[in-house]
Design a protein around this ligand. Structure first.
Ligand code: CTP
Length: 405
């Protein structure tokens, strides 16, 4: 729905660093994400990688200093600078950062940046010693004070064989940050959305928990869709193996009780609460402080009910946030419609996303899902098997429809 990369022109500057090969991967990822990407290599970058690599990966022209002295020389830098929505220099060497800080324009990349009027993002890559040099640090601070965004560098193994801070940030993280930057003025800008995700964990002892098979994928996809539309998203997440979508405000929880408190704390001021989490319905009545030894054994485990978060929200909504819309999820294996309808009514939801987890390729850990949307007014919509990101877009579309009413 709201792909922030669509119709965006990114000028990707590559400088003289061994991380230039990562620049090629970055170009590929950005192009796959939907952006138009023009590479621009400095003469030093050309020693590491060829323009053909970038042209092949992006399907768009890659520029070099040969273009600076070609037939269109008098305008090429102005055209490139003016047509870009964003200039990204990745990898950015200490030398190029120094030139940018001082307005030096002695190659096509630096002269183009001087002619550009769009945001500039820089991902440094250099040896740790060069990065920590006062000269480099001063140059970076100077650029930051002019509004230039720096991504990284990261810590880790360096080309010199040493460890330290200077590695270019992973390309996936750079793409995630740009995605967020481009989603700045979507239809949900200024709106707060609270999403819960993952399966809660209820401790038996310090090493054992009761949990469920929820992967968190559907909830995290909802978070990404909301961010793409410009929303301010609070993600209340039980443990998952998933990367947190860039730009989301993460509240980490483990138990149903922690999730309950986080939800009640975060719903004031929110437009909607989307409860995608699989909250434990039961927890051990007593958590053992020490690890239970095998010899001692455990024949029985006494459980007690956890609080139903959505039910509590239904009761406290009037006081906490009367305008709050609430979307719940139902994972069912039998009598699907009747069970979902009951939950919709008892938890006073505006919509429930019903999921028959016995359907192949739908439900836990899968990247696809097949759901039906059931609304408070009795209407419903059956969706075909689709990617979880597409289900997320459908949920957000419902929200946009409510806003338009
Ligand atoms: N939910 C909740 N608090 C709980 C349990 C569930 O807020 N303690 C929310 C879930 O996040 C989901 C919805 O309620 O959005 C439905 O969850 P589900 O476990 O299917 O419903 P239950 O009412 O617990 O019924 P059952 O487990 O018997 O199907």
């Amino acid at each position: 729905m709201g792909n922030p990369f669509l119709n965006k022109n990114i000028l990707l500057g590559i400088t003289g660093s061994i991380a230039a090969y990562k620049g090629a991967e970055l170009a590929s990822r950005l192009a796959q994400a939907g952006a138009k990407v023009n590479g621009l290599l400095t003469p030093a970058a050309e020693k590491f990688i060829s323009p053909l690599t970038f042209q092949s990966l992006t399907g768009s022209q890659c520029f070099t200093d040969a273009d600076l002295w070609g037939g269109q020389a008098h305008v090429v830098h102005v055209q490139l600078g003016r047509s870009a929505d964003l200039v990204l220099v990745a990898p950015a060497s200490a030398n190029t950062i120094a030139k940018l800080a001082h307005g030096i324009a002695d190659n096509l990349l630096t002269v183009t940046i001087l002619a550009s009027r769009c945001p500039l993002v820089v991902a440094p890559a250099m040896d740790a010693g060069m990065y920590s040099q006062p000269a480099t640090q001063e140059n970076i601070h100077r650029l930051q004070s002019r509004g230039v965004t720096f991504i990284g560098p990261a810590e880790g193994h360096l080309a010199s064989g040493l460890e330290g801070t200077g590695r270019m940030v992973e390309t996936g993280d750079i793409v995630a940050q740009l995605r967020w930057m481009f989603s700045g003025n979507g239809p949900l800008t200024g709106k707060k959305i609270v999403v819960t995700a993952g399966g809660t964990q209820e401790a038996i002892d310090p090493v054992r928990v009761i949990t469920n098979l929820s992967s968190g994928k559907q909830g995290y996809a909802v978070v990404q869709s909301a961010l793409d539309l410009g929303a301010r998203v609070t993600l209340i997440s039980a443990p998952t193996a998933l990367p947190v979508p860039y730009g989301a405000e993460l509240v980490k929880v483990n138990t149903a009780e922690e999730m309950r408190r986080a939800v009640l704390e975060n719903i004031p001021g929110a437009l909607v609460l989307i409860m995608a989490a699989a909250v434990a319905d039961f927890r051990p009545a007593q958590r053992q402080e020490e690890k239970i030894k095998k010899e001692k054994g455990m024949k029985e485990l006494l459980l007690e009910d956890t609080a139903d978060i959505l039910l509590e929200v239904a009761h406290k909504k009037e006081k906490l946030n009367p305008g709050l819309r609430v979307i719940g999820f139902a994972a069912e294996t039998e009598d699907i419609w009747r069970n979902a309808q009951k939950k919709l009514e008892s938890k006073r939801l505006d919509m429930i996303v019903v999921n028959d987890i016995t359907t192949p390729l739908a439900g836990f850990n899968s990247d696809t899902n097949q759901v039906s949307l059931l609304f408070a007014d009795g209407s419903s919509e059956d969706l075909p098997l689709m990617k979880k990101s597409e289900v997320a877009d459908k949920i957000l579309q419902t929200l946009l429809n409510w806003l338009a009413e």
